[in-house]
Design a binder for this molecule. Sequence first.
Ligand SMILES: Cc1ncc(C[n+]2csc(CCOP(=O)(O)OP(=O)(O)O)c2C)c(N)n1
Ligand SMILES: [Mg+2]
Length: 358
Amino acid sequence: MPDSSAVASGTPEIVVPDDLVIERTEHLDLYWYMLLNRRLEERLVNLYRQGRVVGGVYRSLGQEAESVGTAYALRDGDYMSPLIRNLGSILVKGVEPVDILKQYMAKGTGPSGGKDLNVHFGDLEHDFIGPVSMLGDMISVIAGVALAARIRSEDLVCMTYIGDGGFSTGAAHEGWNLICAQQLPVILVAEDNCYAYSTPTPIQMGNRDMVDRAPGYGCAGEQVDGNDVLQSYAAARRAVDRARGGGGPTLIEVKTYRRKGHAEHDDQRYVPEGEIEQWEALDPIDRYHRYVLSAGIVTAEQVEMIEAKVGAQLDEAVAEAEAAPMPDPKSVLEGVWSTPRWPHPHPNFHDFSQEIGH
Ligand SMILES: Cc1ncc(C[n+]2csc(CCOP(=O)(O)OP(=O)(O)O)c2C)c(N)n1
Ligand SMILES: [Mg+2]
C-alpha cells in the first residue's frame, strides 16, 4: 500500500473538534453541499458518457469533505481559488450547479461562454478566481490578491488549494514563500490524496507529510483528516481567524484519497488491489451521514428529503443546461482582450496598413 500512514490517520467515525462552534443549520449546509458535490459530479459523468461534456471530468469522489469544509470557513468577500477537484468549494462560494453544467458542456451562456472547460472559469461576483492549468501558479496569483487587499486596507482572507503533486513545483514554492515572507492572510490547503496522476505521493517527495514544511516557510501548519468534514471545517476556521486577526498564513494539510482516476479516461490499473476499498470505508459523506443521524441533528426522513431536493435541483439544472445554446461562432472574438484603458484608436495610432496598401 503506498499510503498506509494516511489510511491510519482516519477513523471511520467523525471526530468533533473541541473548539468547534457550529449551528444545526450549518451542519445541514455541510451535508447539503457535500451531497450536491457528489450528485452533480455523477450527473457530469453521465453526460460525459453521452458525449455531451466537452473535455474531461476530474472526479473528487472521496474528497468532498475537505473542499466543502475548508471553503465553508470563508465569508462573503474572502477570495478563493480552487483546483479541478474542488467542485465542492465552488458550490460553497455560491456558484449555481446549472452554470457548472453549462461550463462543462461548453454552452454559450455558461460562465466562460464555451471558451474554456470544467472549472477553468472565474466568477468575481462570488469572489472566486478560476484556476489556470499550470500547477502551483495560482498560489502567486492569490498572493497578489492578498497583497492588493493589504495595500487597499481591505479586510479579506484568501484561500487556495494545492495537490501533493502540485506542491512539488517550483511555482508553488515561490508563491508560498512570498506569502509567508509577507505574512499575508492566506490559507493554503495542501491535499494529499495519495496520487498525482499515477504517481503515489511517497515517491515524489522525500518527506511524507507536507505539513512538515510549515516551520521552514515560517507559517502556521496543521494536518487533519480530510475525509472528516468537521475537522476540515474547524481547521479552516482556526486558520481564517488567525489570518483575519493579523496572524499570517496557514498551511493546512488534508489527508484524503482520490477514489477515481485522474480523469474519466484513467482506469487506475496502477492502484494496488484493495486500496480503494480501504478508503471506501472512510467515505466522507457516509461518515457524516452516520454522525448527523446519531447526534440527532437530522432524522432519516429529513436526510431522504435532502437527497430528493438535491436530485430535483439537479434534474432542473441538467434540463436547463442541455437546452442552453452552443456559442455563436462570432463570440470567439469577444472577451479575448480586456477593454483598453486608453481611447481607441490610441492617440499615437498611425495606420501603417494605409502606407503599404492594405
Ligand atoms: C506545472 C504542471 N506540470 C504538470 C501538469 C500536468 N498535470 C496536470 S494534473 C497533474 C497531477 C496533479 O496531481 P496533484 O497535484 O497531486 O493533484 P490531484 O490531481 O491529485 O488532485 C499533472 C502532473 C500541470 N498541469 N502543470
Ligand atoms: Mg494528488
